[in-house]
Design a protein around this ligand. Structure first.
Ligand SMILES: [Zn+2]
Length: 85
């Protein structure tokens, strides 16, 4: 089990109720149980990862999807050669 407690970062999970569409965020530690029931209607909830996500500061083992563009990064960003007459 990872010891994220040392870092002091509590991941925020976003849930959505499948019954009443209630969106809510819950700050949980990794050892906490996954929420299963909506606080409003006690319906089934699903964990969402898209919006808030889980951010680990400085850990480096978790890469967000937004960094996928790095594989096409410009290696030599010199300006294009301009043709002069
Ligand atoms: Zn609900």
């Amino acid at each position: 089990m990872q010891t994220f407690g040392k870092i002091g970062v509590m991941p925020t999970y976003q849930y959505r109720c499948t019954e009443c569409d209630h969106d809510f965020e819950v700050v949980q530690s990794f050892t906490d149980e996954t929420l299963k029931n909506c606080p409003k209607c006690d319906g089934e909830v699903r964990k969402q990862f898209s919006n808030v996500g889980v951010v680990f500061k400085g850990s480096g083992f978790y890469r967000t999807d937004s960094r996928k563009k790095t594989e096409t990064k410009p290696v030599d960003p010199k300006p294009a050669p301009t043709k002069k007459p």
